[in-house]
Design a protein around this ligand. Structure first.
Ligand code: SF4
Ligand code: SF4
Length: 77
């Protein structure tokens, strides 16, 4: 099963990941992080298909996706 991890304090609450997830399993927390933002969280991990779109969409590289023994974090500077 793919494992998606959101770096709680690295998130700036832009909601890009929640918009791109085809399974709609990312949502914004009702808590705030150290920066004062509502951060993204995974709501239904078993339904994740490991597409990595959330990690690609995150502008702050705050999402890590692990599947088939490989860890993915994407950035393009
Ligand atoms: S890897 Fe794909 S299905 Fe899984 S949380 Fe990210 S966008 Fe959604
Ligand atoms: S795309 Fe990244 S910074 Fe934006 S809400 Fe999702 S995890 Fe947070």
């Amino acid at each position: 099963m793919p494992k998606v991890t959101v770096d709680r304090d690295g998130c700036k609450g832009c909601e890009h990941c929640t918009a791109v997830c085809p399974q709609r399993i990312l949502a914004m927390s009702k808590e705030i992080n150290a920066k004062g933002y509502f951060f993204a969280r995974v709501t239904d991990r078993p339904r994740c298909i490991g597409c990595r779109l959330c990690a690609i969409a995150c502008p702050d590289v705050a999402i890590r996706v692990e599947c088939h023994g490989v860890a993915y974090r994407f950035f393009d500077y």
